[in-house]
Design a protein around this ligand. Sequence first.
Ligand SMILES: Cc1cc2nc3c(=O)[nH]c(=O)nc-3n(C[C@H](O)[C@H](O)[C@H](O)COP(=O)(O)OP(=O)(O)OC[C@H]3O[C@@H](n4cnc5c(N)ncnc54)[C@H](O)[C@@H]3O)c2cc1C
Length: 436
Amino acid sequence: MGGLMAAEVLSRFFEEVLVLEKDALPAQAEVRMGVPQGAHVHSLLVQGRRNLERMFPGLASELIDRGVVCSRGGLEFMTHDEAGWFPRRDIQLPLMLMSRPLLEGAVRDFLKRNARVTIRENTRVEGWTFDGDILVGVVGSRGDAAETIPADFVVDATGRSGNSLSWLEAGGFGPIEETRLEIGTGYASAVFKKPPNWHGAVDGLSISNRDPDTKGGFLFSIENDCWLASLTGRFDQQPPGDPDKFMAFAQSLCVPDFYNWISKGERISPVKVYKAPISRWRRFEKLARQPERLLPLGDALAHVNPVFGQGVTLASAHVMSLWNVLAERVACGGDLNRVARPYFEKVHSFTKTVWENLESVEYRYACTKGERPVDIDMRIAYSRGLRKLVEDDAEVHRLMGGVAHLIHPLEAIRRPDIVARVMRIMQTGTTAATAH
Ligand SMILES: Cc1cc2nc3c(=O)[nH]c(=O)nc-3n(C[C@H](O)[C@H](O)[C@H](O)COP(=O)(O)OP(=O)(O)OC[C@H]3O[C@@H](n4cnc5c(N)ncnc54)[C@H](O)[C@@H]3O)c2cc1C
């Protein structure tokens, strides 16, 4: 996803953009080897949709034509967390629910219409060549044939399991410092056909519970009258790939809704399992010697716990930073050798916000391992107080949703009046309304 978005943005600055993809690309929307996470629920956050629409005007309506399910967050999409179900109300978050292959396929089709862009499939990148600090070429292979492709500028969007760090180190850069969190997350997912007479008022569910129960799930209505059902768990509560055990795990969730829905449907895909044990934030900005004309983005730069549904949006924010930095460069004469520092400054602040916001959920689970921030207990207590406030306050609910969807900064839920009410809850244990 990051590579496709970056190619579109780069085409506004360069005459020829080449996307190198190791997979054979499917003609239909289907899961492929290089993106195994495509079998699992992918929510597109509101900020991610906005960014994508800026890069590919008309994408949202194209997605609707391809059958995505449009759902009103809070009203038709319901969330259960450690405090129970969120109150049912329209929090003005328009959601688009679809499979990852449908989203990726639509974006790729938009990109294919761009005459400056060529997508070369079945081409594996195996390294980079440098002239001093400057990247000058990409080593690629197609079947038995290897070639070095000269390049003025390269974006690394090799994803979560790419091995581009070793190419960087081979060029004399590194080692790259890493901020990491051991989260022990596992997924198991399958597609279910909805029963023909299904007329649910709710399109999707997101279910989690309080530690030590780490089991949860996401159930999304997607294209073709199907549900994509993803079960999740942490550490020793991994969801299973065996179909019968999958159903039993669903039945063991803290609320019955997930199981009740899927047991009425028909499973039409195998159960696929994915492990995401560690969240990583690679600190390229700390490199003493920066490679020039080479920028990493998306999962290659930072990948967080998928349960928060932020990966595509994070990649899109990195691409927006790339866009801004290149536009600034062009405005000052177009020197491509000094984009790394301003780029890393921009992506750093956004990635940091996302990372810090997630910490206050991750560290609620006792098994999470990482460098526990000194103020984390306070942050967790604050977010629990805020959650209580949501019960009575629709505006706070809306703001909290906006922060989760990355359309509002964290400050939105740290407004002085909100802080005062949350502090009161933290002191009294009751909500502002009942404390009066
Ligand atoms: C289980 C799971 C569920 C998720 N759910 C969500 C969600 O709900 N919402 C969300 O926004 N995000 C979600 N994510 C995260 C999301 O999938 C990623 O953040 C997003 O795809 C990042 O984009 P990317 O471009 O960095 O990597 P990817 O989209 O993974 O793309 C990497 C690409 O690089 C290619 N590639 C890799 N190495 C090479 C090479 N050497 N040569 C050539 N090509 C290569 C791969 O084939 C692939 O096409 C989830 C992730 C997982 C694991």
